[in-house]
Design a protein around this ligand. Sequence first.
Ligand code: BGP
Length: 458
Amino acid sequence: MVKFADNFYFGSATSATQCEGAHTPADKGKDIWDVWFEQEPDRFHGGIGPDTTSTFYEHYKTDIPLLKATGQNSFRTSISWSRLFPEGRGKVNEKAAAYYRDLFEELRKNGIEPFVNLFHFDMPAALQEIGGWENRQVVDDYANYAKTCFELYGDIVKRWFTFNEPIVHVECGYLTNYHYPCKVDPKAAVQVAYHTALACASAVKTYHELNQGGKIGIVLNLTPAYPRSSNPADVKAAEIAELFANKSFLDPAVKGEYDPRLIELIKEQNLMPEYTQEDLATIRENRVDFLGVNYYQPVRVCARASMPNPEAPFMPEYYFDHYEMPGRKMNPYRGWEIYPKGIYDIAINIRDNYGNIEWMITENGMGVENEDRFRENGQIQDDYRIEFFKDHLTWLAKGIEEGSNCIGYHVWTFIDCWSWLNAYKNRYGLVELDLKTQERRIKKSGLWFKELAENHGF
Ligand code: BGP
């Protein structure tokens, strides 16, 4: 049997933008997703935007019993910055403040530990207008927003996250034209990454000063970088991919510093951000208490086969090519490789290279298209998802057995939710959402998850 500790956190994650709905001006100011959808609705699968969600804002009281019905003792969601502060700063929206208060209280009443994240790709539109994370001022605005959240909810929320997958708003927003503001500007990308690390440290500092007796961490999507072969050129390619994809946020958050090899590469590309010694000291002195890891896929790389185009804007791929391993197992709907052993490699990396800091899996899951075809007697029989969870949990348990300090496993996601550009194309939930009627139905994996939690293993 694969066994976990009695106090292991079993649960799921979602984010405000992806589940809440309620986008009227009285409820929420605009964020970059609202603005982008107004401007370019065709970039979203099926033309479905962020205002079409699983309406958690309206239904949380009846959704929380479903958390219990699927055996969850913990749950992560995020606070929407632009709901709490419609302008990103200034006056708090009291209705929003009351909503989050009631949500966290309701979770507690039901014996579910809330894990609360402060930023999940959702910059308030008013702050994007002044440059978003490119602007140092926004770091202070974020620190103020974070402080407000701690003051409002610190008595009942004891597990905080500063950011979810910060590399995503850097890469997608400023390198690959995949998220708003759709810039391809490497210099801005580096500035944004640095300001994000600084914002994280600033929130950690404030949280520790308030002394509320909880813990604060960051959620990173770690994608272990594997070389095609042991050829030194391939190994070097993987080391560089690792620097950009993982160490860029892991090192400042956990160690308070940047890997000197990463700084060298950034200098080589003439992309050093503007910084002050005082801000560097903030990063150095304010490290996270624990770590959240989202794991979906590894990255496989090899040495570049051709010279980079000197006129092309910089991308980390300047230093490596992506490599498709023959025989790799794929999730064809999302186009992501499925490699369960990656979770074990992450566990060992954290144990050996990051002081064995306390950590947990904050997302792991499988998005599948047209799940309706798996319905039998009214219920979606998602055995593929159960198998996916089992394979990953088996490797996770091995990592823990070998001493890695992992305290929980959260799946993505609770109720099928809106997935950014993919909208409702791929479904990830333990609970099915009928988008038209808003009806919820527990999938087979939801019932399996309950058993998993009750038995502390499978
Ligand atoms: C993670 C995000 C989530 C979620 C998930 C699934 O990167 O933190 O917000 O969306 O990926 O990805 P997608 O929705 O793109 O299929």
